[in-house]
Design a protein around this ligand. Structure first.
Ligand code: C2E
Ligand code: CA
Length: 548
């Protein structure tokens, strides 16, 4: 028996963490050994304690004593395999802290208990209930035995919650969370458990629910939120997405359940916003790809932007058909992932903030290339794309100007395209950056014009030179039944003319469209009709044709 108390394992476990305490009890002698940290923290008389059950019961909060005793009795009587309960315990300074106590009984061949051992984790500061919403905290999930119950676990997240907070403030955010928690529970069936997962995500354990019950709940919930009226009179549109996992089939323990739920919610938010998506192998594969993609991108960036390359797509003069310049478009091949499209990898770069470094590489490459071409083919209008995130960097304008000077580029021949223009959080700062670059001579463009609801409004405060009309309006312009596209593009170009903006029409896929938008006096045309984006040497072939 002395082995149990004295071996090095006990010492090793005992020193593993500051707020985890271990205990081992020899049931025959009724002597227990407690880790030094436990002795000090709880003010026990020594490491070895006789009749520890009574001594420890004296530390348990009177209100929690029944919970504690019932659990211990069930374990010793053999009704329960493991001791696992949370209660408040008194520490050396006389205050009570929440602990989670887990332990198990080892029996001899006759079934008589010989050792009782376990650990206690301090979970003070982690209340059972979330103070804002009143729902249970994730701590409660420790009690839940996923293997022996069945149902659906739903992780429900509010879409764009950060945006809501930045628009309406933290108090409004709190008010929405409280109201939403109310709807979660008023739509739930009795016996279901509702927990606050983190900031704006909630976990519903729909015990006994099958796919149909889970979907009906989600439908009811969505219907009950819609537009929320806040105390200050603001009306906020609320939308949600959710991930779902069935237990025990998809996950039989807490870690697996949470991981699958997070992947499913991430997938719903990215690919099927507004929906509830249940975990599937496809989601697992997508998640795995996302991880590899990220690692590959990091590797490329660390190794001097290895695998990144610029492609170029010509801008064509509608009157002469001559190549007047090009848009620089980023391409990338990773160590393992070789087939990622810009839409995919640029999103990842943006998500992790790496677009700033890669964006500067793009800018340098585009300027260097413009200077090299100028010497061989004459001046060209070369554009490159910039995410809003890049523009928020204080040194952005200085760095672009420094590069232009380094390569001796005339800024008049460089077009800077701002992508995803709808997410502007600080208009003043953006307008100042645009102004600075324009004053230096660069041409500023609003990309994908017409897609973001704010694009039109942006013209009022953002000094720009070019409007790039989104290709979804252009591609089918000449097809019967697409008169509305015709009217939209015609009106946009009329607006450009009256406000003195130049225009670039993307997505010109055939000659008829080229003719139509040419007649509308577009400044430059771009699209598969002329060329797909091509590598440098292919683009140079197009320039050589121009020279003949
Ligand atoms: P974008 O700036 O709107 O670029 C135009 C996209 O339309 C390009 O896709 C191009 O290949 C495609 N396109 C061109 N002509 C046609 C056409 O006639 N028909 C159709 N259906 N599509 C056409 P790509 O190269 O896949 O780029 C996708 C997006 O990735 C770009 O959209 C841009 O937002 C972003 N992007 C590309 N390079 C960079 C970069 O260096 N930095 C940043 N921040 N974003 C970039
Ligand atoms: Ca662009």
């Amino acid at each position: 028996m002395s082995d149990v108390f004295n071996n090095e394992l006990f010492e090793a476990f005992a020193s593993a963490s500051d707020n985890v305490y271990i205990y081992v009890c020899d049931m025959k002698t009724d002597i227990s050994r407690w880790s030094r940290a436990a002795v000090e923290y709880f003010g026990l008389e020594s490491e070895y304690i006789k009749n520890a059950a009574a001594v420890w019961a004296n530390h348990v909060h009177p209100d929690d004593l029944d919970t504690y005793n019932n659990d211990i009795t069930s374990v010793f009587s053999g009704k329960k395999r493991y001791h696992d309960c949370q209660y408040r315990a008194r520490n050396a300074s006389g205050g009570y802290v929440w602990v989670e106590c887990k332990g198990s009984v080892i029996r001899d061949a006759e079934g008589t208990p010989i050792i009782f051992a376990g650990l206690m984790t301090r979970i003070d500061g982690q209340s059972k209930y979330d103070s804002l919403t009143g729902l249970m905290t994730m701590q409660e999930l420790h009690h839940f035995d996923f293997a022996s119950q069945s149902g659906a676990a739903l992780l429900i997240g509010l879409d764009g919650f950060r945006k809501i907070i930045s628009n309406y403030g933290y108090n409004a955010g709190d008010e929405i969370l409280v109201k939403f928690a109310g709807r979660l529970s008023s739509n739930a069936e009795s016996g279901w458990k509702l927990l606050r997962f983190n900031g704006d995500e909630f976990l519903v354990l729909a015990l006994g629910a099958d796919m149909q019950a889970a979907e009906e709940y989600y439908k009811r919930l969505r219907k009950s939120i819609g537009i929320m009226m806040l105390a200050d009179g603001h009306k906020v549109e609320i939308s949600i997405s959710a991930g779902g996992v069935f237990f025990p089939n998809d996950a039989s323990d807490r870690e697996m359940l949470i991981s699958k739920l997070e992947h499913s919610l991430e997938y719903a938010k990215n690919c099927r916003r507004g929906d509830m998506v249940f975990f599937s192998e496809e989601i697992a594969r997508k998640h795995e790809r996302g991880l590899i993609l990220r690692e590959d991108l990091k590797h490329s960036i660390k190794n001097g932007f290895e695998g990144f390359e610029l492609y170029f797509q010509p801008f064509v003069n509608p009157d002469t058909g001559v190549v007047a310049g090009c848009e620089s478009l980023l391409r990338w091949k990773g160590r393992r992932i070789k087939d990622s499209y810009p839409m995919e990898f640029i999103k990842v770069l943006e998500e992790y903030g790496d677009i700033r470094d890669v964006g500067f590489w793009v800018m340098e490459e585009a300027l260097r290339q413009q200077a090299a071409w100028r010497d061989r083919y004459g001046e060209l209008q070369v554009s490159f794309n910039v995410s809003y995130q890049q523009m928020t960097e204080a040194s952005f304008a200085d760095r672009v100007i420094a590069s232009a000077e380094k390569y001796g580029v005339n800024p008049e021949n460089i077009i800077i395209e701002l992508t995803e223009s709808c997410q502007v959080e600080n208009p003043k700062e953006l307008a100042a950056t645009f102004g600075r670059l324009r004053d230096y001579g660069f041409k500023m463009a609003l990309d994908d014009f017409g897609t973001a609801y704010a694009s039109m409004e942006m013209l009022k405060w953002l000094p720009v030179d070019y409007i790039k009309v989104e290709h979804s309006f252009i591609r089918e312009l000449a097809e019967p039944g697409h008169e509305i596209d015709y009217v939209i593009v015609d009106s946009l170009l009329e607006m450009c003319r009256r406000l003195g903006y130049k225009s670039i029409i993307e997505g010109v896929e055939d000659g008829r469209v080229a003719e139509i938008v040419g007649d509308m006096h577009a400044t430059l045309l771009q699209g598969y009709h002329y060329s797909r984006p091509v590598c440098r040497s292919e683009f140079e072939k197009l320039l050589e044709v121009k020279q003949q």
